[in-house]
Design a protein around this ligand. Structure first.
Ligand code: HAS
Length: 575
């Protein structure tokens, strides 16, 4: 885009951001391949033996951990390392930034080894009693602590900026990134307790059993805000960049701040909506979390209207007339503002992702869809919709600006998000319809549902698993195009000076931030809300009677034989 403010970046910062962007995109190749295998396997096109040499849970773990945890965490840190100094007009302090990157890379390599060696087939939720090799948990802990260090490294920078700019509003982009990492910091404290106190000693054999309900509660204390940790960087792009890419202004700066603060308030005390069907937790605690889940949808509803108003304003500047002309007058295929295509395609997908989320949140509807393939249908419309596309678009943008290279294969780059949109809608339709017909979310029986020898033989699901597979193949094609664009650009010659540049928007209504100017009171309110929502759950979990279990490893036949002796019919594996 023309007319952007370019700020020079020193070579250390340039190298750091490029490593944090390129490494996860390389790993994403593996994650996407594992996803393709899943749809082919579910549709009965390949059998367990052809599963890339992996076991079913191993492939699914790789898919979830690489795509949803490693790629997203690296991206959020790289994006913050680039955007925070840019928006504040300062230099990134490099020493701790490198320590953070080093820890994240070491942690990723440890966890990747454990997964690829078949010693950590525990999925991205690593629910006990599924047990992983200690290096998987230690690797996850390093990745998380590394990302905390990146955040702590921005705080002195921000403090200095505040001293030097008294009375000025914190740039909205910085508010967005700080909201992302405040949510992350609070949420990861719970998973750190789970991993360090419960899982590492258990996987090292120092303790024989683990308190399953307690571990699950701690996981979901983290697991729900995790999804907003994914969403918030995308929201930062929507609020601070999308309006300018659309040729207009953000409709209201204050609403952007309100949305970020509301997400800090409500994204944590809602974990029980993942546990509606679990015993031990009382229904009153679940009800409270259900109400709060509706509250967490509110900032996204506000976002829908604010962004629509911003897009409409931009289109009217370019001559749109009447009621609906502004919708078609968006720069969907602009080669100049190509990042727009990634953001708008994600937003369109999120309309369906949001509706399905609100369905999940209702207790009675959740009982119908929980643990069925409806749920992956929902989350591919959210994390693999607005989040993935915004992250892919911004990764390309950072690659181009931080390397001083030109974007190659531009037409393909613009086609990727729309191809992905078509693929993910088809995929999710298959998954969600299948889920409504009872198709499980996952099973570890080594056979597809279309194999007559499978205890889960369900020929009536053929339509759904086949549609899912078609969607999955289209999504894979979109990603092949993306990788072609990304690596062709990365390997091309440098054509200009590397510099930081972001298409930051002005606001149409640029009011003073008022009560939203300071994070502190909202942080206190968030902690109080968490205490109210989680005290009854902690009480329930500590009172629960069925609370400890020995470890179970899907690739280790011993516990399975033991189970076979005890059970007449095969069952769905634990989540
Ligand atoms: Fe969710 C399960 C409820 C949002 C991800 N969710 C999951 C899981 C994942 C996930 C990964 O209540 C599975 C976890 C697992 O492994 O078990 N979710 C919600 C609700 C929301 C929601 C109420 N989820 C997300 C987001 C995610 C995500 C965001 C990732 C980033 N979810 C649930 C529940 C479960 C669940 C239950 C448990 C289910 C179970 O039983 O296991 C809300 O935040 C959604 C609010 C969103 C909206 C949409 C606003 C629309 C916008 C687009 C506007 C478009 C415009 C474009 C302007 C209200 C902002 C205009 C177009 C033009 C062309 C001009």
């Amino acid at each position: 885009m023309n007319g952007l403010i370019k700020l020079p970046v020193e070579s250390g910062a340039r190298r750091l951001v490029l490593i944090e962007i390129v490494l996860p995109v390389v790993l994403l190749v593996l994650g996407i391949y594992a996803g393709l295998l899943q749809v082919l396997f579910r549709a009965g096109v390949i059998q367990a033996a052809e599963f890339g040499g992996w076991e079913y849970y191993q492939g699914l773990t790789l898919h979830g951990v690489v795509n949803a945890v490693v790629f997203t965490t690296f991206f959020a840190v790289a994006f913050g390392n680039a955007l925070v100094p840019y928006a504040l007009g300062m230099r990134l302090p490099l020493r701790w930034a490198w320590v953070s990157a080093g820890m994240m890379i070491a942690g990723t390599l440890m966890a990747a080894w454990a997964i690829l060696a078949g010693k950590a087939s525990v999925l991205y939720t690593f629910y006990p009693p599924l047990m992983a090799h200690p290096l998987f948990y230690i690797g996850a802990a390093l990745l998380i602590v590394g990302s905390w260090i990146a955040f702590f490294n921005w705080i002195p920078l921000y403090r200095r900026w505040r001293r030097e700019h008294p009375g000025e509003k914190t740039p909205l982009a910085v508010v967005g990134i700080f909201a992302t990492f405040i949510v992350w910091l609070i949420a990861t404290i719970a998973v750190a307790i789970e991993v360090v106190v419960l899982l590492i000693p258990w996987s090292l054999g120092w303790t024989q059993e683990v308190n399953v309900p307690l571990a699950r509660m701690l996981f979901w204390f983290f697991g729900h805000p995790l999804v907003y940790f994914w969403l918030l960087p995308a929201y930062t792009m929507y609020y601070t960049m999308l309006p300018r890419l659309a040729g207009g202004k953000l409709y209201s700066d204050k609403v952007g701040r309100l949305v970020f603060i509301l997400l800090i308030l409500f994204s944590i005390p809602v974990g029980a909506h993942h546990q509606y069907t679990e015993p031990v937790i009382s229904s009153s605690a679940k009800l409270l979390h259900a109400f709060l889940t509706f509250a967490v949808a509110l900032p996204s509803l506000i976002t829908a209207f604010t962004l629509a108003a911003s897009l409409e304003y931009g289109a009217r500047q370019r001559g749109a007339r009447g009621l609906f002309d502004w919708i078609v007058k968006q720069p969907f295929f602009s080669m100049d503002a190509w990042l727009f295509s990634y953001l708008i395609a994600g937003l369109i997908i999120f309309i369906m992702g949001g509706i399905s989320g609100i369905i999940n949140a209702s207790y009675s509807m959740n009982v119908v869809v929980h643990n069925t393939s409806w749920i992956p249908g929902h989350f591919h419309l959210t994390v693999a919709g607005p989040v993935l596309l915004a992250f892919l678009g911004m990764s390309l943008h950072l690659l181009v600006s931080y390397s001083g290279k030109q974007l190659r294969l531009k037409r393909w780059a613009v086609a990727v998000p729309y191809l992905w949109l078509v693929g993910v809608f088809i995929f999710s339709w298959g998954m969600m319809r299948g889920g409504l017909h009872g198709e499980p979310r996952r099973s570890n029986l080594g056979m597809s549902y279309l194999n007559p020898d499978s205890p889960f033989y369900h020929p009536e699901w053929k339509l759904f698993v086949t549609v899912t597979m078609i969607g999955g193949i289209i999504m894979t094609l979109a990603m092949i195009l993306y990788f072609a664009v990304f690596f062709t650009t990365a390997l091309s010659r440098r054509s200009g000076e590397a510099a930081a540049e972001f298409p930051l928007s002005e606001a149409y209504h640029d009011e003073p931030a008022g009560a939203l100017a300071n994070f502190r009171p909202w942080l206190i309110a968030a902690v109080i809300l968490i205490a109210i929502a989680y005290t009854p759950m902690v009480r329930d979990v500590l009172r629960g009677t069925f609370n400890t279990a020995p470890g179970y490893e899907p690739h280790n036949p011993a516990p399975v034989q033991q189970m076979e002796g005890e059970l007449d019919t095969p069952t769905v594996e634990p989540e």
